[in-house]
Design a protein around this ligand. Sequence first.
Ligand code: HDE
Length: 708
Amino acid sequence: MENDNKVGKKKDLEQNISDPEGKTMTTNQGVKVNDTNNSLKAGERGATLLEDFILREKITHFDHERIPERIVHARGSAAHGYFELYESQEKYSKAGIFTDTNRKTPVFTRFSTVAGSKGSADLARDVRGFAVKFYTEEGVFDLVGNNMPIFFIQDAMKFPDLIHAVKPEPHREIPQAASAHDTFYDFVSRTPETLHNHIWAMSDRAIPRSFRMMEGFGIHTFRLINKEGKSHFVKFHWKPLLGVKSVTWDEAVKLHGADTDFHRRDLWDAIDSGQFPEWELGIQVVPQEDEHKFDFDLLDPTKLIPEEIVPVQRIGKMTLNRNPENFFAETEQVAFHPGHIVPGIDFSNDPLLQGRLFSYTDTQLSRLGSPNFHEIPINRPINPTHNNQRDGHMRMTVNKGNTAYFPNSMGGGCPHMAKMAEGGFTSYEERIDANKVRARSESFSDHFSQPGIFYRSLETWEKNHVAEAYSFELGKCTQDHIKERMLWLINKIDKDLAQKVADNLGMKVPSKIDKPVNQAIGADDDGKKNEPQERKDYIDKSEALSQTHIKADSIATRKIAFLVSDGFDAGNVSKMKEALEKKNAVVNLVATHGGNVKCSEGEMHPVDAALMTAESVAFDAIYIPGGVKSVKALKDNAKAKKFINESLKHCKAIAIDSEGEELFYETFGKDFKDDKAVCINKKPADFIKAIGMHRNWEREDKAKMIPA
Ligand code: HDE
């Protein structure tokens, strides 16, 4: 069902799949191996012989198994799927994926964190990468975006500085996958263009519940080019059908220990169980003539276009429906590049995008080791490629003929160049008349307005989380002058926010900072000053920026823990299980012991997780059914009580039936009897509604007092 387009990527990859089932072991040269356990020795206890080609081959290959991890976005997970277009967008673009509604374009999508190493924890506070490779019939198109609509910096020149500042401090390689340290804030506090992306990173968007519950953004302004050669500016969006959901910071911290692979596992399990994640592709289109109609510069990647000003049109849907066969071959070796575009799509002059166009091929040369990385199965296009590029490390293609140049007559002039009518790529002919300058446009100097709009758009619970995140991060910094500069800058975004953070830090919001302003903001002394402009509140709020307004109350794929022990009420459990599974939620029996657990009817049920290995943070909601014996055993189990207290603290939905009440009241539950998401002896439908809320944030202030 996956790819019924002309040349499916699945079929293409099958040529390279190696299945060992029923096969004999061989060396890499195809010689059958009779013993892979013992090396060749001079006598049973003798020295190993150099001639042992089987040992040498095995060890040599092992010695070279690792390749350098990505310098950024090293930690990631990916899946295959397809993209379908709802309606032709030919008025904007001539690209096949945006005009042909009969296509099912194969995609490979990789999600990632940015700062951490390949083995770091999934729940780090960080931006998430959201990179989609479309294998279109006209070549590969990569949309290499993030889960936040803006970036930290405006010019590619500053990328190495940003990354060096956030990565572990170089003298002692601490901290791993965390921005909460001096060097990052030293940089941020001197580079106010970072403030917009930074406040997003302080919000709950930086600790998603799941990759499947995040938005994606192309960030930069790109161009769409139609058949007539007319250009429209475009911003790309991915809108998840499961809504945008996050965990609390306390959960994120606990998940670091409980399940470092939480997001990776979640993506894999959902696809494995047939619950395919889906995103709609949205576009914000701006006619060429409107380029200068905004309060910000369209080429500035630290700015978004509020959806109230230019609505997002949903033009198609991506479904991820197949897990990779092999992590290294596919997820690790996939090479994305914002410069991989097809006719009908083009770049804007965003100076960050322009720099990226260089970086991505360059990095593959050291990461994958050869200019032939496009031949690796996961990277090769589904349409044939022909050109005069030749040779290099690990070349796979066997090129025929004796010409590798153009023009040629000896090869019949082949491969010949494509005419435009045959789909040949031509760049948009933008007129440029300018001096060559190393400078930044004055229109890039507004750093406070959009962080202000973002903050004002959040609901109270989201604002509280932002204030707590700033306080935590700055609380981890040791240098007062860095914290002061940050407070001074936050104050420019929002005075209340700055005051809250200052109170938590036990500091004052400075009315001025010691250093000359230009030093604090990163401008130089050479007359090229881009003084930050004062905040302009050109709009008050944008609803689309708050998670609260991104409605999706489906409980599909949500994990519900049923806390049980022997003797649990069989009737309650089967009624609740049936109702939840009908809505595609995942029910896990979490018991006081492993193996099987006996219900009140005497039947044995397999335990999904024993309490000793299970943590509440791995679940979205909990259910405590009745059953006298079961409840008694749970009452004697400290972990069961911790499980309930933590779930309360994290504002999760909880259902309790019959004798289960006794256990609930032995926890902090007794203070939450009337809570909106606590369902005591209610119908399964009420519990389903409570889970659909994701969290009852109204509970948060009181629940924070639970010392779990
Ligand atoms: Fe990247 N980025 N980036 N980046 N980026 C990489 O490419 C770079 C930027 C993004 O799952 C690297 O193959 C520069 C913005 C994603 O494999 C590298 C600049 C956005 C991924 C690189 C940026 C991104 C990368 C590292 C500033 C959002 C992971 C390994 C000019 C729109 C892709 C690699 C995957 C990966 C460079 C800024 C997204 C070094 C120089 C802005 C999702 O080439």
